[in-house]
Structures are given as structure tokens and as C-alpha cells.
Design a protein around this ligand. Structure first.
Ligand SMILES: NC(=O)c1ccc[n+]([C@@H]2O[C@H](COP(=O)([O-])OP(=O)(O)OC[C@H]3O[C@@H](n4cnc5c(N)ncnc54)[C@H](OP(=O)(O)O)[C@@H]3O)[C@@H](O)[C@H]2O)c1
Length: 329
């Protein structure tokens, strides 16, 4: 580890924590310096597997450590709030997995705290940080697609009875886990004011949304159509359609290619994304860059945008009758 390395402390040892450790292991200038679990045995096993210097048997112990430059929160959404709030109060910069919090109220509270304490805070919605975002924005700006009219995004995984999806106390449902990618896909490329939203969902026996469809109309005559499912597989494609052509993004959960077509479905060009470790590396690099430059948020995913999307998801859930114990409304 070099003196200038960003020392990351990973909170939790689940699926995404493994991906983070794997990614960081192959990165230059970023080191996985510590891991914390609810039990020391799990933290220790994780640390040994990934060659991590420090293992802690509670999240608070890691948050007390002085040699952490960035806390990466990889607990279920239901458990993002307490650990993030504690980290901010202890002055620790934080990168928090998507969905950022259980709801808008929690999101607003942590954002307010981070802004008051002047502590770095960001949402780990990895697709926002990937270089292909800039490429697609440039294609749109160049006018090759003509005037934007429609954006679509589908995402689906058959996730069985995974507790994180089925249980209200773990903030279940497809929207917060998967739909958030579709919403971010549209918002990254078109953040025009939303004038009207229509949506519906199919629910589990536990009242969580398993499949949902959302469509919204924006200022300027642009529409978006987003669907997500935790009970069927999908091609996970996104499309951006204009008056002169369209592009297909494969896939909106970790883009690998962008195919551009002009009128009459005539294929024009395929752009492949640069070689990546896993695709998660860009979010850590963005945090390092922001922290080194004294910023308290990253331009890749401004906190106001995170708040906007959390509010949007609250409104959708409440309309569907999908409620979590943390919801005050
Ligand atoms: N960016 C992505 O591509 C991506 C992909 C998958 C998931 N995620 C996000 O990452 C977060 C975690 O997802 P995951 O798939 O890693 O979940 P997971 O495999 O279930 O792991 C979650 C971890 O959180 C900790 N935890 C703390 N309180 C818990 C509780 N009450 N119940 C269960 N676990 C608890 C546990 O670690 P300890 O026992 O060590 O404390 C557990 O291993 C979610 O917010 C999810 O949306 C992001």
C-alpha cells in the first residue's frame, strides 16, 4: 500500500462486499484496508480471503478506526441509515450502496448531516460512474439521434425468495433493488422535468413489488418507460430514441456495448466499453478524486439527484401500497 492510497473500510461481508473486495484488489491507488461484520469470525474470514489488514467484529469499531479514508456500506438498504449516520457523525467519508436508504426521509437526514458536518457522502449506483455515460451523453449532444423522444430501460433477475427482496423489514421489492437502475438510466441521459407518471406493480404475498412498470412524460415531449422484475429474467437493455436514430445499451446494469442505428433500423456503429475490472472500480476512483480535491460530494452522482430519485421511489411505492417499517408517511 502506498501512502497516497485511498484506504477503504468495507461494512458487511455479503455478495456486494465480495465484489468490492475483488475489484479493489485489482486497483491501483485504492486499498481495502479493513472490513467489519456483525461477527468477528465473518470479518476475519473475509479479511483472510482478500488479504485485508484489519478485521472488526462490529461496524462501530471500523468507524472508530483512524486509518480509514472511505467507508463503503454494503449492508441491505434497510440497514444503510444507522451505519451511515454513525460514520458521518464520526467524520468518515462514505460511499453507500444503492438503494441509498430505505426512503426519502432517511436520505434527507443523512444528506443534511453530511452537509452540516462537511463530510463526503455518495451513493454507490455504479452505472453513474462508468465512462460509457460520457460517451452516450456526447452521442446525444452531437445530434446523431435527432431530437430525443423516448427512453426505455428494462431489468430483471429471477431472485426466488431472497429475504432482501421479500421482506418489508429488509426494504424488499424490485424497485429499490433493480428499478433504481432503470430510473437512473433515464435520468442520466434526460433529466427534463417530469410532468406525469403512470405505474403499476405485481406484488408478492408479503406485499413487496415483484414486477413493476413505470412510464413518465417529461417536458419537451419526451417519454420514459421503465420496467423491473425480481421474478423473471430480462435482457436488461436500454434504448434512447430520437427523431433520426436510436441507440441500444447492453446492459443498463453494467453496460458493455452501445449500438447506434439510424432511420429504418440501419445499423451504424457499435461502441464497446473500455476493458474493466468489474465495473465497480469507477465509483471508488470517483470518491478518491473527490476526496483528494476536498469535495464533499461527487459530480457523477450529486446528492440532490440521489434525493430526487429516493422521493420518486417513495411516491411509486406508496401508490402501490409497498411500505417499510421505517416509512413515517
Ligand atoms: N451495485 C450492485 O451491483 C449491487 C449488487 C447487489 C447488491 N447491491 C446492494 O448491496 C447491498 C447489499 O446487498 P447484498 O446482495 O450484498 O446482500 P447480502 O449478500 O444479503 O449481504 C448483506 C450483508 O449485510 C450485512 N447485514 C447487516 N444487517 C443485516 C441483516 N439484518 N440482514 C442481512 N444482512 C445484514 C451482512 O453482513 P455481516 O453479517 O458481515 O454484518 C450481510 O452479509 C444492498 O443495498 C443491495 O442493493 C448492489
Amino acid at each position: 500500500m502506498k501512502q497516497t492510497d485511498l484506504r477503504v473500510g468495507i461494512i458487511a461481508t455479503g455478495w456486494i462486499a465480495e465484489k468490492a473486495a475483488l475489484t479493489i484488489q485489482h486497483m491501483e491507488g485504492v486499498t481495502c484496508h479493513a472490513v467489519a461484520s456483525r461477527t468477528f469470525e465473518k470479518a476475519d474470514a473475509f479479511a483472510r480471503k482478500w488479504g485485508i489488514a484489519h478485521a472488526y467484529g462490529s461496524y462501530s469499531e471500523l468507524l472508530d478506526a483512524e486509518d480509514i479514508d472511505l467507508v463503503y456500506v454494503g449492508t441491505p438498504h434497510s440497514h444503510h441509515f444507522d451505519v451511515t449516520m454513525e460514520a458521518i457523525q464520526k467524520g468518515k467519508p462514505c460511499l453507500v450502496e444503492k438503494a441509498f436508504m430505505a426512503n426519502y426521509d432517511q436520505s434527507l437526514a443523512v444528506v443534511k448531516a453530511a452537509r452540516e458536518q462537511k463530510v463526503f457522502l455518495a451513493e454507490a449506483i455504479w452505472t453513474r460512474y462508468q465512462p460509457v455515460v460520457k460517451t452516450i451523453r456526447e452521442i446525444i449532444k452531437s445530434g446523431r439521434l435527432g431530437e430525443l423522444r423516448l427512453l426505455t430501460g428494462s431489468i430483471g433477475y429471477s431472485m426466488g425468495d431472497k429475504p432482501r427482496i421479500m421482506r418489508a423489514d429488509l426494504c424488499g421489492g424490485a424497485l429499490l433493488d433493480l428499478g433504481v437502475y432503470g430510473i437512473n438510466f433515464v435520468r442520466m441521459f434526460c433529466d427534463a422535468k417530469i410532468e406525469q407518471i403512470e405505474s403499476q406493480c405485481m406484488k408478492s404475498d408479503t406485499d413487496m413489488d415483484l414486477t413493476n412498470t413505470i412510464s413518465w412524460r417529461m417536458e419537451g415531449g419526451i417519454m420514459a418507460n421503465i420496467q423491473s422484475s425480481a421474478c423473471c429474467v430480462n435482457d436488461n437493455q436500454g434504448t434512447i430514441c430520437g427523431t433520426e436514430g436510436y441507440l441500444i445499451v447492453d446492459n443498463i446494469n453494467n453496460p458493455q456495448s452501445v449500438k447506434i442505428h439510424k432511420r429504418d433500423r440501419v445499423f451504424v456503429e457499435e461502441i464497446k466499453v473500455p476493458q474493466q475490472i468489474t465495473g465497480y472500480e469507477y465509483q471508488f476512483l470517483a470518491c478518491k478524486d473527490a476526496i483528494n480535491n476536498g469535495l464533499t460530494e461527487t459530480p457523477y452522482m450529486p446528492l440532490d439527484e440521489t434525493l430526487y430519485i429516493m422521493k420518486l421511489m417513495d411516491d411509486l411505492r406508496f401508490k402501490w401500497g409497498v411500505h417499510y417499517p421505517m416509512d413515517k408517511r
